[in-house]
Design a protein around this ligand. Structure first.
Ligand code: NAD
Ligand code: 89Y
Length: 343
């Protein structure tokens, strides 16, 4: 089968990872790129040897000659670009956060459904090797039925130097990072009925909240805590590790710093090194995220070819996005938010 041809829009900080990963993915290649910033367009075009370059997404779609689009811009342009893809009936990947609001996200999913095109949100954290290892242990029934969990991301890493826009947004950590942690909680313990959250801003140099503590009532009856912080200074900086604790009817799982997976059950305690691979183009500490970018993009191609649903389809991501909106509503009103009523 010939390679699928892709076009990438948004040649910024994170898109470079996506371009590297497309080089490694089997069955697809990027044939055109687009950015309204000429310097970024040139840098990425030259680095990856892409001849077809556009400063305007309308012109890119009008020229066509590609099978899918990879939207790697920041959130403000996600809805117009996804709707543009739908109008041209081109399958689309869209970076997280999927949209500015749940109403926008629902409209984007509907537009793609009406156009009959696949839509996947680039929600890559669940594709990290350590997260996949936790899910596998649960699927192998290592701890029986999980009844409690904690999904924790606490760091003091400077994310603002690479992504300065993060300091200027009204909403920061839940929308930017917690969205991944909430998605992992859903991926591991299932969909959520209700959310209770508290947030804080500690760093005076930024606009949005940089600490959040979120309590999730899962439909299964399990309870979990998602806690995220970008103002936590530790002796060993763990960025970008998500730590996980799960208690089940027959044992416990702990994903501890340094990517160690510890499973305790009637057979005793087994510890496994579940470190991500350092891909040829990757660099520490980002290699965990970078490997998951490759994994989600390979999944995109594999599912497109077999006509299957994507793990983080637009429809699936509405359930993660609702948790983000519910967490902000809960923190603002000091109330528990019914998530099912939002969907
Ligand atoms: P960035 O600002 O560095 O890059 C975005 C680029 O898109 C810019 O070059 C900008 O000129 C271009 N752009 C914006 N709107 C456009 C439009 N309508 N047409 C053409 N070009 C346009 O941003 P970034 O840090 O690379 O982040 C991009 C997205 O990736 C964000 O949504 C961010 O949350 C996400 N991200 C995801 C991960 C992850 O692990 N999934 C990690 C980091 C960032
Ligand atoms: O933008 C964020 C993401 O998606 O992963 C980490 C990050 O780059 C900074 O929080």
């Amino acid at each position: 089968m010939t390679d699928l041809k892709g076009a990438l829009i948004g040649c910024g900080f994170f898109a470079v990872n996506q371009m590297h990963a497309w080089n490694d993915v089997e069955g697809a290649r990027i044939v055109a790129i687009c950015d309204r910033d000429p310097e970024r367009l040139k840098t990425v075009g030259d680095q990856f040897g892409i001849e077809r370059r556009y400063s305007d997404a309308e012109a890119l779609f009008s020229d066509g000659r590609f099978d899918f689009v990879d939207i790697a811009t920041t959130v403000q342009s996600h809805r117009p670009l996804v709707e543009l893809a739908a109008r041209h009936k081109i399958a689309a990947i869209c970076q997280k956060p999927f949209a500015k609001s749940l109403a926008d996200a629902k409209a984007m999913v509907e537009a793609c459904q009406n156009a009959g095109i696949p839509l996947m949100v680039h929600e890559n954290f669940r594709w990290q090797a350590p997260i996949q290892a936790v899910r596998k242990a649960l699927e192998e029934n290592a701890i029986g039925v999980p009844f409690w969990g904690r999904f924790s991301f606490r760091s003091g890493y400077d994310v603002f130097s690479g992504q300065p826009y993060l300091a200027a947004q009204d909403r920061f950590i839940i929308e930017d990072l917690g969205i991944h942690t909430l998605d992992i909680a859903r991926y591991i313990l299932g969909d959520v009925r209700a959310v209770t959250a508290r947030t804080k801003r500690v760093n005076p140099k930024i606009k949005g909240e940089d600490v959040a503590t979120i309590l999730l009532d899962h439909q299964s009856g399990a309870t979990s805590i998602v806690d995220v912080s970008y103002v936590t200074k530790l002796s060993r900086e763990p960025f970008p590790e998500t730590l996980i604790e799960l208690d089940g009817s027959d044992g416990t799982i702990r994903l501890t710093p340094g990517y160690q997976l510890e499973v305790t059950n009637a057979r005793g305690t087994h510890t496994l090194d579940v470190s991500p691979k350092l891909l040829s183009w990757a660099s520490r500490p980002w290699h965990n995220i970078q490997e998951s970018v490759y994994a989600i993009q390979q999944h995109w191609v594999d599912q497109l070819k077999r006509g299957g649903e994507h793990s983080t389809s637009g429809a699936d991501n509405l359930k993660t996005f609702a948790l983000v909106e519910a967490a902000y509503d809960s923190a603002a009103g000091h109330l528990t938010v019914d998530v099912e009523a939002m969907l």
